[in-house]
Write a new protein. Structure first.
Length: 370
């Protein structure tokens, strides 16, 4: 009888283990089905502005825009890197990347959606403060002439200006706002073009009140931009010391917008585009520094290994993210619910819309709510 009871318990235990493993497999199969969903149409569901960045190194974004062109209002190809050059003692800022311009692609997208605007990103990672100060004061006119020639020749609809270094130096930021912004904004208006500026989100690490951006700064900037894309993602760069494995917490997005703009300033709010990521991160446990970015195909491979490794997968509904706990690592990745929640918060906050970085990083199903 003792042996019979032992074998009975062993059988029950094995049945439970098989049931758990089978259920896990079913969960993963269902998740893969959700990630591979492609049976939605090209209708724009989101009523506010949708800006999407596409990158030459990730062609999936190009394909998504072509297939779902009606869902996007503004496309920003990341074609240009701004680089300094000294010629005969004069500083020139070179638009490096003209070989990336894809005129046939622009024509194809416009044939599918004649209202879509194409605004290449002008990215600068120049770190020399002296060069940047000269650029924003003495060499601005020459730089704007280069932009105007390029915009006419390539039939761009404007530019997105992306230079994060501005927001970490008070003197540089003040010169940028006082001298550079008014001139480039005037130039774009003269050509009937659109100018978008990117800006960092609220930094929760700043415990000394040295953070340079406040409501007054945003108010000044808003006079010289058509839209302001606040990059509310990559939360690990801006959070406090305790590790948090989520890429763009809703509470942080709300806190940033309320910190930057008064609710009564509706004209400013309508210029704000909330940043939404289409990527995730792989974190070492107990660290807020990710080892690498996770994009759609990589997350798929992680899921494929769930049944072969000690990996716990679950969906964090409050934030709308998938989380994989591998034992040593925590991996997050956005799901469709993640996108829907941020579209809803953008409407609740009465902002102008969203800016997605970058759509090629996501699985196709993330586009459905747009």
């Amino acid at each position: 009888m003792k042996y019979n009871s032992f074998y009975l318990l062993l059988i029950i235990l094995l049945i439970n283990i098989i049931s758990i493993l089978t259920q896990e497999k079913k969960d993963v199969i269902e998740l893969k089905k959700e990630l591979e969903k492609k049976n939605f149409d090209n209708t724009k569901n989101y009523p506010l502005k949708t800006l999407a960045y596409i990158t030459p190194w990730n062609k999936e974004g190009y394909n998504y825009v072509e297939k779902y062109s009606n869902k996007f209002d503004i496309i920003s190809p990341t074609w240009f890197e701004l680089k300094p050059d000294e010629i005969d003692g004069e500083l020139q800022i070179i638009l490096d990347g003209s070989n990336n311009i894809d005129s046939s692609y622009m024509k194809k997208i416009r044939s599918k959606n004649d209202k879509i605007l194409i605004l290449p990103r002008l990215h600068s990672s120049i770190k020399d403060l002296n060069i940047m100060e000269r650029w924003f004061t003495k060499e601005t006119d020459q730089f704007i002439k280069v932009l105007e020639r390029r915009i006419k020749y390539n039939k761009f609809d404007g530019y997105v200006f992306d230079c994060m270094q501005i927001w970490f130096n008070k003197n540089l930021m003040e010169k940028f706002i006082k001298y550079f912004l008014p001139k480039i904004y005037e130039s774009m208006n003269k050509l009937n073009k659109i100018f978008i500026l990117t800006i960092i989100p609220k930094d929760l690490n700043d415990m000394t009140n040295s953070f340079l951006i406040d409501k007054n700064i945003i108010k000044k900037i808003s006079n010289y931009v058509h839209y302001l894309n606040i990059m509310t993602y990559d939360f690990h760069q801006y959070q406090k010391e305790n590790p948090n494995y989520y890429s763009a917490p809703i509470s942080w997005i709300e806190e940033t917008i309320n910190f930057y703009v008064d609710k009564k300033d509706k004209n400013i709010l309508k210029k704000i585009l909330i940043g939404i990521p289409f990527h995730g991160f792989n974190f070492k446990k107990n660290s807020n520094i990710p080892s690498n970015v996770v994009i759609g195909p990589q997350f798929w491979l992680i899921l494929s290994g769930i049944n072969n490794k000690e990996i716990n997968y679950y969906s964090y509904e409050e934030e709308g993210e998938y989380i994989c706990d591998t034992g040593d690592n925590m991996i997050n990745y956005p799901n469709k619910n993640f996108i829907e929640k941020r579209l809803e918060i953008s409407k609740k906050l009465n902002v102008g819309g969203i800016g997605i970085w970058d759509i090629g990083n996501g699985k196709e199903n993330l586009l459905e709510p747009l």
